[in-house]
Design a protein around this ligand. Structure first.
Ligand SMILES: Nc1nc2c(ncn2[C@@H]2O[C@H](COP(=O)(O)OP(=O)(O)OP(=O)(O)O)[C@@H](O)[C@H]2O)c(=O)[nH]1
Ligand SMILES: [Zn+2]
Length: 189
């Protein structure tokens, strides 16, 4: 959450950027832009210095419950090198432990929590697994992230539509080749 002082700080910075690129920050279309950008940064960076993610509920299950897989969860984040968006989908699987599972909607919420800060895709991928480990202590986690990076598309190397894929495995997914293959088959098939 951005407080009033920081909102003003961003507004001043955006005004300076507009001036530096040769724009007139006082023209009609731009006059409210610094304030809008400050509010927007408040949204897309809302996890910076936020308290640990605690918006979840755990539910009891039988100990034989197997892989819980949620596919194609959309996310939007910002690359920390250029402050341009990278966005795509996350597939997450875990093997429950301690006879408990997490409320399903809380996994996309956790992904948003991990996404709403300046990021690199690799670190976001690992962070999702770390948060799930903290909350659930599962027998294993698999996280696969596929994303488009605007810093590679609209500038720089300009490779439109290229996808960056990252993954991270813990516990049973790391040790059990068949389980990892099952995860990959289910997310790709
Ligand atoms: N590993 C990783 N790299 C990223 C990510 N997002 C952006 N990058 C890269 O960060 C690098 C920054 O490299 P620099 O050479 O300092 O920046 P640059 O001069 O703007 O580089 P170009 O993008 O090649 O023009 C670039 O290669 C980006 O593609 C990410 O999530 N993970
Ligand atoms: Zn970038």
């Amino acid at each position: 959450m951005i407080n009033d002082a920081n909102q003003k700080k961003i507004e001043q910075a955006v005004k300076m950027i507009l001036e530096a690129v040769g724009e007139d920050p006082d023209r009609d279309g731009l006059v409210e832009t610094p304030a809008r950008v400050a509010r927007m940064y408040g949204e897309v960076f809302s996890s910076v210095n936020a308290p640990a993610f605690d918006n979840y509920k755990l539910f009891p299950v039988d100990e034989t419950t197997e892989m819980v897989l949620i596919k194609d969860i959309s996310f939007y984040s910002m690359c920390e090198h250029h402050l341009l968006p990278f966005f795509g989908t996350v597939d997450v699987a875990y093997i429950p432990n301690h006879k408990r599972v997490m409320g399903l909607s809380k996994i996309p919420r956790l992904i948003d929590y991990c996404a709403k800060r300046p990021n690199v895709q690799e670190r976001m991928t690992v962070n999702i697994a770390k948060e799930l480990t903290r909350i659930l202590d599962p027998k294993g986690i698999a996280v696969s992230v596929s994303a488009r990076h605007m810093c590679m598309e609209m500038r720089g190397v300009e490779k439109t539509g290229s996808q960056t894929e990252t993954s991270y495995y813990t516990g049973a997914f790391k040790e059990d080749h068949e389980l990892k293959q099952e995860f990959l088959q289910r997310i790709n098939g």
